[in-house]
Design a protein around this ligand. Structure first.
Ligand SMILES: Cc1cc2nc3c(=O)[nH]c(=O)nc-3n(C[C@H](O)[C@H](O)[C@H](O)COP(=O)(O)OP(=O)(O)OC[C@H]3O[C@@H](n4cnc5c(N)ncnc54)[C@H](O)[C@@H]3O)c2cc1C
Length: 570
């Protein structure tokens, strides 16, 4: 039996983007019934683990400017950002920093009492606004607190959304599983905001929460929306060995050095002016080049790495500004960063790609917006600058929340509810997946899939590797893994994990096919067989639409306003 619920607005995801959207929608439309649906408890969304900062050009009186933030973002994107979108991010952000402050955000402060900002990669001015090294945790707490003032926001925590219901043009609702009971629901609504975050668990060496799987991207893909620029995956230079937990760029912002096996600060050979604070794509490539040329080291597991040295930063600064980093190093690697350098290597950290939207976060289905990491409104192009993602979540959380509220208030025509579509989804989930048969262990399949992505679609790529990756992915998908061993209704995480795996196959394929098609090197996408950027043939976005035999690929233009593409040097 399909249970049902009804809301005016459904927000899928309770990270920074989802919560900011909920506040904006509830403020704009106080009578709206808003449901925030999340497969985890609110404060377990990946946003809580953001460490280093949130970018905003605050100190125009001290030499910073909005224009400089826009240019750094566009240059950082290797000129694939839509420049009007980047400008919107930078213009809106200062206000959002103060708005958060008024809601109680405990920003770290300077000695003169003003909000402090630290240096971050690729910026011409220190503009990462921070709260020690736990910026995401404090932002989430501030937003969640503020949400409590709005009685009409309801939380469906630990509900897994499985599909978007629409009539070919307009949004009608979603289907979801209540994880606590295993019951299947149809949730009717007039509007939806997709805020399901990034999908970095497509890779086995990853900074993301285990829940950061592509089911949100996949539900949009299956509903007919394009996934845009999926080949651009960000590898953060400093994932600690062996876990891959993030060591924030703030550690280099506070003065940390990267060293090779000769004890040299090798970044001087790659980015002499910015050194360790060059953008992430450049630092990650430099590390992999040092390793390939024999100047890497071996970590405790035998894997290649380089060293991040914080000793000269001093114990006092480390304890005050990098307290969580210190704890992570000691607990997960047995190293005190005040006393010893840390073993690090590039780690999957962010997806520039996501659900194709316009500058307002509007998707290709009427009544559906997307915000935060799940969306690709093209702010970051082919490489995001650190601290610009939490900013993007907050800015487009607000924008989409307001627009969705206005859309509902203007009156949405009623369409007949497509019972057959919901029945087909129920059959897909319970017939094909829950009751599926086979002897391939889905957890081993998931491990092989994420190892394949790590091996063939990592920092450097080439045609032979990507083709082999795609071959292995398709072969793996053909194995009999679609089954759930645990037959329980209540809290069946085995079921949820297999549903996540199902989405991983389709979305991983868009990454590999997009990467094969882009025969150039731009931003985070570095092809050893096409080492140059090729603006003549590839200054465009990649769109992937769902097709029965794999993704159908198209392109869309890049919006250039003030800055013509030039060679990117630091
Ligand atoms: C370790 C780490 C540190 C970072 N540090 C910084 C930083 O310092 N500065 C910066 O700017 N950026 C940073 N980032 C990036 C930034 O934190 C993220 O891009 C951002 O927080 C994503 O927020 P979000 O709201 O889009 O989604 P998330 O916070 O990822 O939340 C996703 C939500 O979607 C829900 N969801 C997903 N699928 C489903 C489904 N099928 N059904 C129901 N619910 C679903 C989840 O339950 C969750 O609530 C960091 C990222 C990581 C991983």
């Amino acid at each position: 039996m399909v249970e049902s619920l009804e809301y005016d607005l459904v927000i899928c995801g309770s990270g920074l983007a989802g919560l900011r959207a909920a506040i904006a929608a509830a403020t704009r439309g106080p009578s709206l019934r808003i449901g925030v649906v999340s497969k985890v408890q609110v404060m377990r969304s990946h946003s809580v683990s953001a460490e280093g900062g949130t970018a905003a050009a605050l100190y125009t009186d001290e030499g910073d400017s909005i224009e400089s933030h826009v240019y750094d973002t566009v240059k950082g994107s290797d000129f694939l950002a839509d420049q009007d979108v980047a400008e919107r991010l930078c213009r809106e952000m200062p206000h959002e920093v103060y708005q958060l402050e008024h809601w109680g955000m405990p920003w770290s402060r300077r000695k003169d009492g003003r909000v402090d900002q630290r240096a971050f990669g690729g910026y011409s001015f220190p503009r990462a606004t921070y709260a020690s090294d736990k910026v995401g945790f404090f932002e989430m707490q501030t937003l969640y607190d503020t949400c409590q003032r709005h009685e009409r926001i309801e939380y469906l925590n630990e509900w897994f959304v499985t599909s978007i219901v629409h009539d070919g043009r307009r949004f009608l609702g979603v289907t979801a599983i209540e994880i606590a009971t295993g019951a299947f629901y149809a949730i009717r609504a007039k509007a939806m905001i997709i805020a399901t975050g990034g999908a970095g668990r497509l890779y086995s060496f990853s900074t993301y929460a285990h829940s950061s799987t592509p089911d949100g991207l996949d539900m949009a893909f299956r509903a007919g929306m394009a996934l845009k620029d999926m080949e651009f995956v960000q590898f953060h230079p400093t994932g600690i060995m062996p876990s891959g937990i993030l060591i924030t760029e703030g550690a280099r912002g506070e003065g940390g050095h990267l060293l090779n096996s000769e004890g040299e600060r090798f970044m001087s050979a790659y980015a002499p002016s910015k050194m360790e604070l060059a953008p992430r794509d450049i630092v990650s490539r430099s590390i992999m080049t040092e390793i390939a040329e024999g100047r890497g080291l071996k970590s405790m597991t035998g894997a290649d790495c380089v060293k991040l040295d914080l000793r000269h930063v001093g114990d006092e600064v480390i304890r005050e500004k990098l307290g969580a980093i210190r704890e992570i190093c000691i607990k997960f690697s047995g190293v005190d960063p005040s006393e010893e350098p840390i073993d690090v290597r590039p780690v999957c950290h962010y997806m520039m790609g996501g659900i194709h939207t316009d500058i307002d976060g509007k998707t290709e289905i009427t009544g559906v917006w997307a915000a935060g990491e799940a969306a690709c409104n093209s702010t970051h192009g082919s490489n995001r600058l650190g601290a610009n993602s939490t900013s993007e979540c907050i800015v487009w959380g607000r924008i989409t929340g307001e627009l969705a509220a206005d859309y509902v208030a203007a009156g949405v025509p009623q369409s007949p509810w497509p019972h057959h579509v919901v029945a087909a989804e129920e059959a897909r989930i319970y017939g094909e997946i829950f009751k599926g048969s086979g002897d391939a262990n889905p957890y081993e399949v998931r491990q092989t899939l994420t190892d394949t992505m790590n091996e063939f679609a990592y920092v450097y790529r080439d045609e032979a590797g990507l083709t082999e990756g795609l071959r292995r992915l398709r072969e793996l998908r053909a194995r009999p893994w679609r089954h759930v061993e645990d037959r329980a209704g209540e809290y069946n995480t085995n079921f949820v994990n297999v549903m996540e795996l199902d989405s991983m196959f389709r979305v991983a394929e868009t990454v590999l096919v997009g990467a094969l098609g882009r025969q150039e090197s731009r931003g985070a996408h570095a092809r050893t067989d096409y080492p140059r950027r090729d603006d003549k043939s590839f200054l465009h976005h990649t769109l992937a639409y769902h097709g029965t035999d794999g993704p159908i690929m198209r392109t869309s233009p890049v919006k250039i306003t003030n800055y013509q593409p030039v060679e990117r040097k630091y």
